[in-house]
Design a binder for this molecule. Sequence first.
Ligand code: AMP
Ligand code: GLY
Length: 396
Amino acid sequence: MRVLLVGGGGRECALGRAITRHGHELLFGSLNPGLSRFGEYVPGEPEEVAHSHDVGLVVVGPEAPLAAGLVDRLTARGIPAFGPSAAAARLESSKIYTKSLAVRHRLPTARSQVLTRSDRTLPTEPWVVKMDGLAAGKGVWVPDTLAEMHAAVEAAFALQPDGSVLIEERLVGPELSVLGLSDGERVVMLPPARDHKRRFDGDLGPNTGGMGAVAPVAVPSGALVQCHDVLRRAVAGMAAEGCPFRGVLYGGFMLTADGPRLLEFNVRFGDPECQPLMALWDEDPVPWFLGAAQGRLPGERLLVRDAHACCVVVCGEGYPEGREEARIESLPDERADLLVDHAGTTLRDDGLWATGGRVLGITGVAAAPHLARSLAYQAAGEVSFRGASWRMDIGR
Ligand code: AMP
Ligand code: GLY
């Protein structure tokens, strides 16, 4: 089948590899030298490209086009598209919508309160502050003091002058990313994954898009069952409310002493969680993506390798603040057990350049977690450009 992929980061590189590994033809609309290995760059509006190139399925990687209704527009033209409608994408584009869904369907989550411009009554403990809308990972503050909470509320209102702000009780515990494919009714789970969001080792420094991820993660089976139950009940709740969710639903959980608590939903694959998950997913993903889009998943379980994957993100100097460019002097070669996804690179006359931010994701796959880690770290050590850096504790 001819598949059009929307998006051009590390996540889409991993999706492009998985799609073409099974013989499908790939078109993509965002320049990414990593994706060029797998298909053909065809710029243009996805609706037009899909129509003129006889595309059988559009796979949408990032959240912004989903929230902007790309899947609705494609569906209206009879083009199957993997991802939720704009209405269902509110699970990511509005934290207040998600919180109200969680309350209506009794999904376990932190106690919360909505602040408006005129009503800003704050709790006497520092709660977590969240902008309502999409913020590319920059709309959440976890203050340690009341003064920091006040400053965060001001910052959140400043970033979205017409919006509301959600505040919620601060929870503690390890985090877990649980993703499931849904056709609006059924949910088929992927292995549990873990992202490392803070910039520096030991979970220090600012939040980033994600500095590395591993899958599967050892979790007490009771807790995993509860996370799966939250995803299933959310999908059932959306269907009951006339807003079926089709695509991949990503639940971000905190495993607290009282059990898992939902922190957020995303309506797409995580980046970088997608990289280890795609490395473990053995079968052809296209029938699953198409089945989700068309309201009938082709099975009840995914076939995943009995292996472990670890993705280490190599970022540029100053990330997440600056965007320093640098010529890439060397890169590890991709092999069956070592995958190199490009997230911030560009090809110029004098070679491959790092354009800043998250530049590469290097994923090792092996029979044990420590072996996957050492493959990824050994290969990260072969990356050379000025300012290249990465966390040393991914998967520890
Ligand atoms: P979110 O985008 O809602 O997942 O928030 C981003 C990050 O902020 C999460 O991955 C957590 O590390 C942290 N966070 C969010 N909500 C809470 C909470 N209620 N308690 C503690 N940390 C939180
Ligand atoms: N890795 C976190 C995210 O994709 O939102």
